[in-house]
Design a protein around this ligand. Structure first.
Ligand code: ADP
Ligand code: MG
Length: 628
């Protein structure tokens, strides 16, 4: 509870106590009025001030205005009638404030919950100096500093392990409970908890650029991107409040006028004005206004707990309507860790060819490059390589030991005018050219992720009608992967630009309400990620481009998180709609009862606070969607 909430709680208690005490004190007339004004002003002064400001700015469309008019009106009526019954007006204000308090408490709690749920914010970094460990603010650690992480501590900054071995708990980041083992040389991301050994880590980024900070930023800013349902609510409120004010005015004026003019009866003005004021109290749309953003907020929090970062409530909404899922192949459906399976037609010998390939690829972060470097195994002497060019979707060219080396696919060879020998093995073929002459090819193959097949099947169970795979790889490889995984359609041998075009085609050909999601690893498919209705980035920890371009980031490479993300979004949206229907339904019923004179102001405010509490509790359910 913050200070504002505590103060409000105190006002609620004091005002309620005064109200109860006053009920036992027989004062009358002006003294009575003065006595009752004390609890009224204690509980309602801020509402009256806000309403006054609203009127001054000619903005009379909010709840403050409704509450002020209704309660001041009720008090005026009691004065006019000489009944001295001010309790109702005060109680209405009191309940309204209890509702507001509950609301702000719930919102604050769910906001904090999300950060707490993730529990990844590191408080310090250890630096060794003069044989002693010193705790410093992670913000002050420069790139390249060696930090020490002891068992039980959080890794504060992204980096590379230089000494030590340990198991890491990544559950807070990925929702994955299996520990990950690391040793010297391994990359390590911030936010994991070091479990067993002492690790020395050379930082690779500043704290602000590290995974932890970026994730927290994303989550904390997520609620600023509004969904259509939220936009609907604000539009709704703009029309709704003036409409109910007009209706209340009509209720106060029209029936008494009709009675006197048409029927010749007494106007009975008090009854109708009282009904109109009750109508205003009953019309307050707080339940709706608060529960919708809260539901989305809770949904985003629940998703991040499951290792799915959603950058805004609008994306949660789009995700729930996903009908087509388009996948990139390498690194998304497959592990992106290629093994060399054959080497053909090399005049230089196999080892030499792989060495040249690894050197030429030394600057690329493409999975193929990393795999070739791993296959070479040796230390890569960057001094031997110069003039590296990477051609997206084709390969690389570079000068190695003074020789012009090219490594890539058919397209690259064609563009260099090098005649190549077709390969009949199934696999990704890396053709090599050295000094403009064909130098054979390396056949590499990738393995599918173990959960890819199940993920594709699961998608069909959550409303996805079609799955499509786009790849720059050869037709034979693409066909085999698609068959294995049960993908409906495949397009192969695409350049990154072709992928964008294909996705545009698919978007054009689908029905308007259906949404298309693209899932990629962010390596040369960032444009597609941003073009799709919703871009989902896999293995995003490594790729900055993906985090930027994607709308949804899966914190581990597990394709099963895609159906999970969709399920979470659907559940969250269901909660949102439940709340909309429930809140509007009860509200309408109340308004009708009030207009017919069947409900008092008491009942109206009870109904309102009750609906709000139920709606808020329902919204909070969205926090627990990760258990789907
Ligand atoms: P995918 O669509 O499967 O993610 P890419 O678009 O990244 O594939 O690459 C398509 C093809 O381009 C690869 O299958 C490979 O033949 C070639 N290629 C891309 N980058 C490289 C590279 N760094 N080295 C060699 N070949 C590459
Ligand atoms: Mg790719």
């Amino acid at each position: 509870m913050n200070r504002k909430q505590k103060k409000m709680l105190a006002r609620i208690f004091i005002s309620a106590a005064l109200l109860i005490v006053l009920n036992f004190i027989p004062v009358t007339g002006a003294a009575r009025f003065a006595c009752y004004m004390a609890p009224y002003l204690i509980i309602g002064y801020d509402i009256l001030i806000k309403a006054g400001k609203g009127i001054a700015h000619r903005q009379v469309t909010d709840e403050n205005f409704l509450m002020a008019v209704a309660t001041v009106g009720a008090i005026a009526l009691a004065l006019y009638e000489g009944s001295g019954d001010y309790t109702e007006a005060i109680a209405v204000m009191l309940f309204y404030q209890i509702g507001e308090w509950f609301q702000s408490y719930a919102v604050g709690k769910s906001r904090r919950n999300i950060s707490e749920l993730m529990d990844i914010r590191p408080d310090y970094a250890n630096i060794e100096s003069g044989g002693k460990l010193e705790r410093v603010d992670p913000d002050e650690v420069a790139v390249g500093t060696v930090i020490v992480v002891q068992p039980g501590e959080k890794v504060p900054i992204d980096g590379v392990v230089v000494e030590g071995e340990s198991s890491l708990n990544t559950a807070a980041l990925t929702g994955e409970s299996l520990p990950r083992d690391v040793k010297a040389g391994d990359e390590i991301i911030s936010g994991c908890i070091n479990m067993t050994g002492v690790l020395k880590i050379r930082t690779a980024k500043e704290f602000g650029e590290s995974t932890v900070s970026r994730i927290l930023d994303l989550v904390e800013n997520a609620s600023s991107r509004k969904s259509r349902s939220e936009a609907f609510i604000s539009r709704f409120a703009r029309i709704y409040t003036p409409a109910v004010c007009a209706a209340a005015l009509a209720l106060a004026v029209v029936p008494p006028l009709l009675r006197t003019l048409a029927l010749g009866l007494s106007g009975d003005w008090e009854t109708w004005i009282y009904r109109a004021l009750t109508f205003l109290v009953a019309s307050c749309p707080c339940a709706l206004v608060i529960s919708i953003p809260l539901s989305f907020f809770a949904g985003i929090g629940g998703a991040s707990k499951a290792g799915v970062l959603v950058k805004g409530s609008n994306y949660l909404e789009t995700l729930s309507r996903t009908r087509i899922v388009v996948f990139d192949k390498t690194g998304t459906l497959t592990k992106g860790v290629f093994e060399v399976s054959a080497i053909h037609h090399s005049p230089y010998g196999d080892a030499k060819l792989v060495e040249y390939a690894a050197l030429a690829e030394s600057a690329s972060s493409h999975p193929i490059s990393r795999s070739l470097q791993a296959a070479y195994g040796g230390e890569i002497d960057r001094g031997r390589v110069s003039g590296i060019h990477e051609i997206s979707g084709q390969g690389v060219t570079a000068t190695v030991d003074g020789h012009a080396v090219a490594a890539g696919n058919d397209k690259l060879m064609d563009s260099l005018g090098v005649k190549f020998i077709e390969c009949h093995s199934v696999g990704t073929i890396i053709h090599m050219a050295i000094d403009g002459e064909y130098a054979g090819h390396i056949v590499i193959s990738d393995v599918e992720k173990p959960t890819a097949r199940e993920a594709v099947r699961e998608l069909k169970n959550c409303g996805v009608r079609e799955t499509v795979m786009l790849t720059g790889d050869t037709r034979s490889v693409a066909g085999r992967v698609a068959r294995d995984l049960g993908i409906d359609r495949v397009y192969s041998e695409l350049l990154p630009a072709d992928k964008v075009e294909k996705v545009e085609e698919l978007i054009k050909s689908k029905d308007a309400g259906a949404k298309l999601a693209f899932v990629g690893d962010g390596i040369n498919d960032a444009p597609v990620l941003s073009r799709a209705d919703i871009g989902i980035a896999m293995g995003a920890m490594g790729s900055d481009a993906a985090i930027e371009a994607a709308d949804v980031v899966l914190m581990d490479d597990d394709p099963m998180k895609i159906p999970k993300a969709i399920k979470i979004s659907r559940k969250c949206l269901r909660i949102v709609y439940e709340n909309i229907v429930f809140a509007i339904g009860v509200k309408l019923a109340c308004l009708v009862l009030v207009a017919l004179g069947l409900a008092s102001m008491w009942l109206a405010i009870f109904a309102d606070v009750g609906v709000m509490i139920i709606a808020v509790l329902n919204a909070i359910r969205a926090l627990f969607v990760s258990k789907l």
